[in-house]
Write a protein of this length. Structure first.
Length: 121
């Protein structure tokens, strides 16, 4: 009878051990699944942020390309402005010289007319 009692005790202990191990296994599995969901959520957040960041960079690249296309049409380079302003300055100088010549001619003509007027009078 002693021997049967020992088998019964061993079987109870084995049942308790297996139940305890099963409970620990289930708890560990539940914790790992929970941790896995948490990691998946974090990676999804990172992927969304990476996608948003990529879209922002693409928009920035597109804006830079548009700016590079528009700049030559809207702005004048320094050398071009210097050449253009030099041309305008030379044209203004010629106009000024012609105006001075016309003013001299008019003053001579005015003097001649005054002289003719005094000669008649």
């Amino acid at each position: 009878m002693d021997l049967a009692f020992n088998w019964k005790a061993v079987s109870v202990l084995m049942t308790l051990f297996l139940s305890w191990s099963g409970a620990l296994f289930w708890i560990i599995k539940w914790l790992l699944d929970r941790y896995q969901r948490h990691i998946d959520q974090r990676f999804e957040g990172l992927e969304r942020r990476a996608l948003e960041e990529r879209r922002r960079w693409e928009a920035t690249d597109r804006a830079i390309l548009e700016l590079r296309a528009e700049l030559p049409q809207q702005y004048v380079q320094r050398e071009d402005w210097i050449r253009f302003s030099g041309q305008i300055d030379s044209k203004l100088d010629r106009l000024h010289a012609q105006q001075a010549e016309i003013a001299q001619w008019l003053s001579r003509e005015d003097g001649r007319r005054k002289g003719e007027h005094h000669a008649r009078g």
